[in-house]
Design a protein around this ligand. Structure first.
Ligand code: ATP
Length: 221
């Protein structure tokens, strides 16, 4: 693995999700993570959900729009619609391969996931190769175990984990950093249920997203 000698390498992080809808449980921990790890840019990647999986309630275009509204005017974030532009299900690894080519071999790239996603990482397509393309930044999530399910995943995690964020800018990929982000007990499932029940979600997601949901009549059933 190449070690960067330049200390001013900017660190770009990708954050994939269904975002059905995007909420403060996504945004607030990532903002904190950006301060903690000196992230320069976070690219939101709304996923295409494979046909055999439960489908999002909002359409791809609506999920994209909500992500855009959520980060409008916030220079830390941008939204990349590439996974929605293809008909195939999104494979994180394939997107990372493409992004690695676009950014070159030396640019530090990271992929952000919540603890629940870490627990199921060994079910992802070619998961053992993820660290060949990026670092992994893991955000704690209330209700999810710190212990990993399989000995194989635990060994892989222990082998690559670093305790300080400095390593993230010193090399382009290859390490796992467990972030000290705030625990926010918010999920899209909970938001969809509250909206179905006619309850307010004002403290759970940005106002612009809440207004858009209302204008589109989303999540009423
Ligand atoms: P759903 O409830 O529909 O399953 P979700 O709220 O988990 O959705 P996703 O779009 O599936 O949201 O999540 C995208 C990424 O954000 C995943 O890596 C997930 O682990 C992470 N994430 C979601 N909510 C939180 C949260 N409250 N704290 C930390 N990470 C989160």
């Amino acid at each position: 693995m190449a070690i960067n000698t330049a200390s001013d390498q900017s660190l770009i992080a990708l954050f994939g999700g269904t975002f059905d809808p995007i909420h403060f449980g996504h945004l607030r921990p990532v903002e904190q993570l950006a301060k903690e790890t000196l992230l320069d840019q976070v690219i939101l990647l709304p996923n295409n959900v494979p046909p055999h999986r439960p489908q999002p309630q909002a359409s791809a275009q609506q999920r994209l729009k909500m992500a855009e509204l959520a980060v409008e005017g916030n220079p830390l974030f941008s939204v990349d619609p590439r996974e929605l532009a293809v008909d195939n299900p999104s494979y994180t690894l394939v997107t990372l391969e493409t992004l690695r080519k676009e950014h070159g071999a030396q640019r530090p790239l990271a992929f952000i996931i919540g603890q629940d996603s870490l627990l199921s990482l060994h079910t992802w397509h070619r998961w053992e190769e993820l660290l060949d393309f990026c670092h992994l930044l893991v955000m704690a999530r209330p209700g999810y175990s710190e212990r990993l399910d399989t000995p194989e995943l635990q060994r892989w995690y222990d082998k690559h984990r670093v305790s300080t964020p400095a390593a993230l800018k010193q090399r382009p990929c290859g390490v796992i950093y467990q972030a000290n982000t705030p625990l926010l007990d918010i999920s899209a499932t909970q938001i969809r249920q509250r909206l179905r029940e006619g309850k307010s979600c004002a403290t759970l997601l940005p106002t612009a997203v809440e207004r858009y949901i209302e204008s589109q009549g989303l999540y009423l059933v």
